[in-house]
Write a protein that binds this ligand. Structure first.
Ligand SMILES: NC(=O)c1ccc[n+]([C@@H]2O[C@H](COP(=O)([O-])OP(=O)(O)OC[C@H]3O[C@@H](n4cnc5c(N)ncnc54)[C@H](OP(=O)(O)O)[C@@H]3O)[C@@H](O)[C@H]2O)c1
Length: 419
């Protein structure tokens, strides 16, 4: 049985991972949270203790400082803390160095977002092929369990695709992943997770449509959908991590991702991008200093973790899946509802961080028990879905399913460019 968890990254998602690991430390053992800024780790530990979420007080919960780009330091940290499971919830720039340290030490690796090179945005698909999958063979040779993209989306939505394949469909035609936040944080403008990473998602839209990659303009294709609980909401075709593995691992004609945006968000975003403030390309300012505008914007916008107190409303993330079962057409909507205020009450968090942070802890428990300790690199849809979905139900993320839901009908998507 694997034990002792090293959490890397003390942001909004790291906060939830630390709470949930502490709530299950009878299975997971000692918990260390490490980030560039140790103070942020200590603030999270204070929150865990304030909420009385440390289940077994004989186990350690402690912090360290680390620069996760420094592989030898990471290797030392994994050894010193005797961590057999590493949950990487830092910025996606650090994925490859954390993965390398896990391969060197034999620790299990998990992350919740695809690796990114700071100088490249929305590279050619499939994105995993540019970085993580190049280490597949080494993971296999070294018996390393590496679970990629185990947040909510990517993460739970991938597992729902496996669940659909295993239990609901003989053939799958389309999978539309719909992500809507119908909550209100009361600020003029904010992103729910790292603004830098968030805005990098909105440069190009790569989508898997009719078994080919197609390129679309950002926020150019809208569908209004009648969601359970949160009602009718506009969603826009968006590029996203999970398409880059689901297109390979799930036999479906189309796999697309749609994200909800209100008019106010789109107006502000459009002004910011039109004047160049969302750009990652450095500009030189009057005193000769070079800076990427998006880094200035990040420094100005609210820290996503600070949105949690007073956040109201709910998120709904779901997979609208169409296909056949026993030669009959079938459609299902598999979804979760998460309430911002309830997340604050339980963990002093908000629903976006909560939905992203609970799944890697469920995965860590499945690995610790041996069920998911597969000793190779996998995306989530390659793992058995049922034990994961059932465990999430008990950990605060309930999966619900509607048979024959309101129909989701996107317009015909034509390619600007295909690969
Ligand atoms: N799959 C999903 O559903 C989902 C949803 C939301 C977010 N995410 C992903 O989850 C991750 C965390 O998101 P978040 O909202 O928590 O972000 P965040 O608030 O910006 O936190 C990121 C943390 O990473 C730390 N970090 C960055 N570079 C580091 C380095 N070189 N060494 C050590 N620590 C480093 C930062 O350190 P310091 O602050 O200490 O300097 C920060 O605490 C991101 O990859 C995001 O894309 C996934």
């Amino acid at each position: 049985m694997k034990k002792n968890v090293l959490i890397i990254g003390a942001g909004g998602v790291g906060h939830v991972v630390a709470h949930k690991c502490a709530m299950h430390n009878d299975v997971l053992g000692d918990i260390c949270i490490a980030s560039r800024t140790q103070k942020k780790c200590d603030t999270i530990i204070e929150s865990v203790l304030r909420k009385n979420n440390l289940k077994d007080s004989s186990k350690k919960l402690y912090s360290r400082r680390v620069d996760a780009m420094d592989i030898p330091s990471l290797i030392n940290l994994i050894k010193e803390t005797q961590s057999e499971i590493v949950i990487n919830v830092g910025q996606p720039y650090i994925n490859m160095s954390v993965l390398e340290a896990c391969i060197e030490t034999g620790a299990v690796y998990m992350d919740t977002a695809i690796h990114e090179d700071p100088d490249k945005v929305c590279e050619n698909p499939p994105w995993y092929g540019n970085y993580e999958w190049k280490r597949k063979q080494r993971c296999e040779e070294n018996g390393i369990t590496a679970i990629l993209g185990i947040g909510f989306d990517p993460g739970v939505v991938n597992s729902w695709c496996a669940l659909a394949k295993d239990e609901y469909f003989d053939t799958i035609d389309t999978i539309d992943i719909l992500d809507v936040n119908a909550g209100s944080h009361g600020r003029y403008f904010a992103t729910n997770f790292d603004p830098e990473i968030n805005f990098r998602e909105f440069k190009k839209v790569w989508t898997w449509n009719n078994r080919q990659w197609m390129l679309q303009k950002v926020h150019s294709i809208r569908v209004d959908y009648d969601f359970p609980v949160v009602g009718t909401q506009p969603v826009y075709l968006t590029g996203h991590d999970e398409l880059h593995s689901l297109s390979k691992n799930i036999d479906a004609n189309s796999v697309r991702f749609w994200m909800g945006f209100g008019d106010h968000y789109l107006n502000v975003f459009s002004v910011l991008s039109n004047i160049g403030l969302t750009s990652e390309v450095p500009v030189k300012i009057a005193n000769g200093v070079e800076i990427a505008p998006i880094k200035v914007l990040k420094a100005l916008l609210p820290d996503p973790a600070s949105l949690a107190p007073g956040y109201t409303g709910k998120t709904c993330i779901g997979n609208f899946i169409k296909g056949t079962k026993d030669n009959q057409e079938r459609s299902v909507f598999i979804y979760n509802i998460c309430d911002h205020a309830e997340c604050y009450e339980e963990l002093e968090s908000q629903a976006i961080s909560y939905t992203a942070g609970v799944p890697p802890v469920a995965a860590a428990i499945l690995v610790a028990r041996g069920d998911w300790d597969v000793k190779q690199m996998v995306n989530v849809e390659e793992l058995p879905a049922r034990p994961f979905v059932d465990l999430l139900d008990q950990m605060g993320l309930l999966t619900e399913i509607i048979e024959s839901p309101a129909s989701f009908t996107p317009p015909v998507i034509e390619s600007l460019e295909s690969v």
